[in-house]
Design a protein around this ligand. Sequence first.
Ligand code: ADP
Ligand code: MG
Length: 526
Amino acid sequence: MSRRPEYSGRLFYLSFILLHQPPLHFANSQLLTANCLLHLTFAAVKANEKYQVVIGLEVHAQLLTKSKLFCGDSAAFSTDPNTHISPVTLAHPGTLPKMNAKAIEYAIKLGLALNCEIEQHNYFARKNYFYPDLPKGYQVSQHTTPICKNGFVPVKVDNTSRNIRLNRIHIEEDAGKSLHDVDENYTAIDLNRAGVPLLEIVSEPDMHSSDEAFAYITELRKLVTWLGICDGNMEEGSMRCDANISIRPKGDTKLGTRVEVKNLNSIRNVKRAIDVEVERLISLVDNGKPIIQETRSYDADTNNTFSLRTKEDADDYRYFPEPDLSPFYITDDYLLEIKNQLPVLPVALKQRYINDYKLSDYDATVLCDDKTQAAYFEEVIKHTNNYKAVANWMLGPVKSYLNENNLSYATFNLPAEKLALLVGLVDAGKINFGNASSKVLPALLLQPQKEPLQIATDLNLLQESDSGSIEQWVVEVITAMPDKVKQYQSGKKGLIGLFAGEVKRRSKGKADMQLVNEMLEKKLNN
Ligand code: ADP
Ligand code: MG
């Protein structure tokens, strides 16, 4: 059976179904010339004054449980296809599902963090449909009793804060993966992912711009990673988003016909896809053409959407309660236990940074974008009280280093104390910030066990604060530039920068610039 050695034996080839990628029905706009597109964009901007955009997002978050939702198979990602597949995953006759309690715990955590009501009486339901990567022929999901209801996600766009209401969060199992590009003639199926627990987070149609959608999903991603329930990696598919989009005349309360856009594999693409789709919808309506309720796919390379299938009626999944799993009840005690386990959430932590450490709203917000980053900040400030400087270092040179090397604070190997020492050296005027960030920090990162002071000494970067030598450089500079001195004395005070720069150059960047400026002023104004 096997045609490729790397998929030896265990991969299923479906020779009886030819699952090609869906036919591409290109939207008219895709064929337009650049000129027309420009015109379209302009028209869209104008038309936007007439219409309100309405967006509802469905986000699937893969839970970081060790095993799958209903069996002991590993839920971890694997590049080796069909290796995490016991008979339960394969839906062999006679196998029975067993609930993974961790998935319930994670769902409740997210629900509480998003201000939801937690449903205490729960049951699972079968959602029946045929798909080659769905071995059972149905997906076990929650139907009438999503575990979390209502709630909201706070977002801030252009300095305006809004709460985007949630409709529900429910637990369900993932399907396997159909791979269309492994073989020319066949579609291959990898069932590693089948049965992995997901949370489906469904918003109300409450967002009115792609920026709000961007902020919403950024916030959700931050929260699931903060809680440690999902790795939030959209590129790898552990967080997936479908965007439902419609437009309606401004002032209307009735929802317009929606389209659903799938395959949005980054937060940026969610925004881009919404933008092009809104543009398309507006041009349809403006040209008197109907909007068809359909599912569309987004192609990031061409920045266009194309139709996958129309969706005129609600799908009939013939839901019924899953007979192999007993309903479950979440007790008050259990809810309380989980509430007590919740970490301080980013919103509260940010407020603490503003109140206790007098950080700016911006610094506090960015520090709290990521839990490991906030944790590192707290480690550093155990060793220094210059909170603002620590924030500057962490969000400036250290962050640049991490980004450039594709690293994060989660794996950052510089002991927090060393960064505090570096902050201290700058504060004490032993070394200037420029040298500290561009020379000492890189050296320290290569040898984190070394003392920053030692590195600065070895690199000959300690500042000259000896007033004798500084005076000597200052006198040299003033003597060398008599014309400029005259100009300065007749009012061109900005020249002080030129003199200071010259002193800095003569000192090879080691002069304590505060002292230099003081001394220059004194001498020039005498
Ligand atoms: P389905 O599961 O068939 O996609 P749902 O009723 O669960 O349908 O809705 C899915 C998402 O679509 C929700 O986030 C909802 O807010 C959003 N939605 C529904 N109607 C509209 C609309 N007219 N415009 C924009 N979003 C919508
Ligand atoms: Mg949907």
